[in-house]
Write a protein that binds this ligand. Structure first.
Ligand code: 6PG
Length: 263
């Protein structure tokens, strides 16, 4: 487990452009899934399905479009992977702000993933609390009685806000303090709206956490994340038995000092 005070400079990989950042993120997800699917094929003991949780917002669109294009589209073991949402804005499914709409448009409508492998927050319910309950029930069916009490996603793709939020866990929001539920309602963003999000214990139970960070507006929050300074929500994602990878473009990493530049 990473020492909270230790930095993450050795986990920061800087890509020269947003396009190369998207390719690195798609490649990382594919690598994790391919390895886990192979392990599941080799040993009957290993969980057969691979579980990935994906964030919304604007940054990951390019990554999802890359993943749903060649060469990944043909190589990705779509039928072996269950896709979940990290968080959702509580807006109608067709709303341009919907993370589920982003995922459907940029990924699920373009690849042969079985519909039963896609698990989205239902924002047609009366409110975020009901949506959180239903989504948690669906998660508990996917992860029955997990060791440690929280689902261990094989990969969680997270974004980073300029304020240091991640998922829909915003500074000062009570959702950040949740230590029992897997999914809760929260509030945040600009303008602040109701949301549904995986909780911190779930993010910390993941095997692989990938932060995807693009643009100069994130430079300060990325610097704090990498240096381990401040106490932003993103800094509290400390996988108990897992690894963190931070993928950033030069714009975001410009003020974060040296990072391993991937060519
Ligand atoms: C959301 C996301 C959120 C996002 C960050 C970064 O619903 O908004 O899940 O956590 O990852 O806000 O967003 P951008 O990628 O749009 O900068």
């Amino acid at each position: 487990m990473r020492d909270r005070t230790a930095g993450l400079a050795d986990r920061l990989f800087v890509l020269p452009s947003p396009e190369e950042l998207a390719r690195a993120a798609a490649g990382r997800l594919w690598g994790i899934v391919r390895e886990r699917a192979a392990a599941a094929g080799r040993s009957k003991g290993a969980a057969s399905a691979v579980h990935v949780a994906l964030s919304g917002g604007s940054t990951p669109r390019r990554t999802y479009e890359t993943l749903s294009s060649e060469p990944y589209r043909d190589r990705f073991p779509w039928a072996a992977v269950h896709f979940h949402q990290v968080d959702e804005r509580f807006v109608p499914p067709g709303d341009p702000r919907s993370n589920g709409r982003l995922l459907r448009e940029a990924l699920f409508s373009r690849v042969p993933v079985p519909p039963g492998n896609v698990h989205l927050v239902d924002t047609t319910l009366p409110g975020p609390a009901a949506a959180a309950r239903k989504y948690e029930e669906e998660l508990r069916r996917a992860f029955p009685d997990p060791p440690g009490g929280f689902p261990r996603f094989d990969a969680v793709l997270l974004g980073l806000g300029a304020d240091g939020h991640t998922a829909s866990l915003f500074p000062g929001d009570e959702a950040l303090a949740e230590r029992t539920a897997w999914v809760v309602g929260s509030t945040g963003g600009e303008p602040a709206i109701a949301r549904v999000t995986l909780t911190l214990p779930v993010l910390c139970a993941a095997a692989q956490v990938i932060f995807l960070v693009e643009g100069r507006a994130k430079a300060e929050s990325l610097r704090r994340l990498v240096e381990g300074t401040g106490d932003a929500p993103a800094a509290r994602v400390v996988p108990r038995r897992g690894a963190i990878t931070i993928l950033a473009d030069r714009e975001a990493a410009g003020e974060s000092g040296a990072g391993t530049e991937k060519r």
